[in-house]
Design a protein around this ligand. Sequence first.
Ligand SMILES: [Zn+2]
Length: 479
Amino acid sequence: MEYEAVIGMEVHVELNSRSKVFCACPTDFHAPPNTNVCPICLGLPGALPVLNRDMVDKSLAVGLALNCEVSRWSKMDRKNYFYPDLAKNYQISQYDLPLCHDGFLEIEVDGVVKRIGITRAHMEEDTARNTHALGGGQSGIDFNRSGVPLLEIVTEPDLRSAKEAFVYLTSLKQILQYLEVSDCNMEEGSLRAEANISIRPKGTTEFGIKTEVKNVASFSGVQKAIEYEIARQEKLLIEGGAVTQETRGWDADRGITFSQRKKESAHDYRYFPEPDLPPIVVDERWEARIRGQLPELPIARKQRLEKTYGLTAYDAHVITLSKASADYYEATVSAGADPKKAANWLTVELQALLSDAKMEIQTCKIAPQSLAGLLKLMNTGEISGKIAKEVLVRMFESGQTPERIVKEKGLVQISDASAIESAVRKVVEANPDQTAQYKAGKEKVFGYLVGQVMKATSGKGNPQLINDILRRELNRQEQ
Ligand SMILES: [Zn+2]
C-alpha cells in the first residue's frame, strides 16, 4: 500500500513591538534577566492587562498579507494550564474568535504553485523562559519574555511533503521580514515552528492519527524531522501497529524524533473569555489603514524587478529572497549601475563572499554606491573584470571605495598601447615554439599566449587590447 503524508504547520512569531502585549515593559531581548518586568507580566494578583495597539496593527498586517479575513469582533481568552514559566496559571490567547482567519499563502515547489490554506492567525502572550543550565541542578526563570507579543499562524493540513513544509516556512518568513514585524531569529526563539504529521493510504480522504513535532531549531531541521516522522509512521502501520497521538521532540544529533508527552485536547485547557480585557473591534477604517501601509510583498516585487530591469526569473527570485537584498539591488541600480550587471555581481560575486563569511547583506561593508562605482570602473575600461573581482574582495574586507583601492594599489588597467606592444613582443620572443605552432594554424596556442601577456602585465592589461595587438603582431611576423 502506498501512503501519503498530511502535514499542517503552526508557527509562533514574536512581534517586534517595543513594549509587551499587556504592559509597558520593554521587549528588549538582550536585557539582564528579570529586569523588564512589572506586576502585570509577573502575573501578580490584581494586576490588570491593557492590550497593546501596535500588536493588533502588526497582527492585522500579517493576516492581510496572508490573504486572511479580519474579524470585525474578536476577543482574548484564558488558556488555563500550570507551568513554572506561566506565573498566572493561564496564558491570555485567542480561542474561538481569532483576529484573522481563512487566508492562504501560495508556495512554489518544483515549478508548481500550490495554495496553502491559513486557518487562523491569533494573538497571544509569550511565556517566561526557563533556563536549566545554571549549574548545581538549579533552574532559573526569566520573566523578560513573559508577555512578549506572540502571533500564532496555523495552516490547514494542506502540505503533502517535508519539502513543501520547508518551502512554506521559508515563504512565510520572507513575508514576515518584508512586513518588518519580527526579526524572525529562530536561534533566539523569535520564530518557532511545529509540524502536525499524519499519513493515510493514498487516494483516501480520512485523516490518520497525527503526531506533533516541536522545538526544532531550524527549517532544515523541521524538514528532516518530518521526513523521519513520515518514515516512522509508515513502518508502524506496515508492521500492523498504530500511531499514538502525542507530542514528539527532535534530536538533531541522532536525527530522530522521540516521544515527549501525550497530547492535551482543547477542552483540557478550560478556555473562557478573558474578563479583564474588552473585545477587539476592528472596523473597516482600521483594516483599510493597515492595508494601505502594507509594503510591496515578495511575489509582487519579484515580478516588478523582472519587468522593470529585464531580469531573469531566477535572478529576480534570488534578489528578492530578502527585502534587504532587494533594497540593496535597487539602491545599486539607482546609483547608476547597469541593472543586469548589478544583478550578476550581487547574486554571484558578492553572494559568494557573504556565504563564505556567513554574513547577511545587512552587515556587508560595501555600500550599494560602491558596488555601482566598481561596475563603472569596469565599464569605462579603467580596470578589467579580473581586477574588479580582486577589488571587490578588498572592498568587502575594508569597506573602502573601489576608486580608492584601485588608486592605492595601482590596479588601473593598462590601456596604453605601447606598454602592451612591448609586453607582446617579449612574450612572442620568449615563446618561439608556440609562435611557430600558431603560424602553423594551431589556433589554440593563441589563448596560451594571451595568458602569458596578461601575466607579464600583472593581470592589468586591457584584454581586448592584448588580443588585438597580439593577433596583429603574430600576423605581421607571418608576412
Ligand atoms: Zn510588564
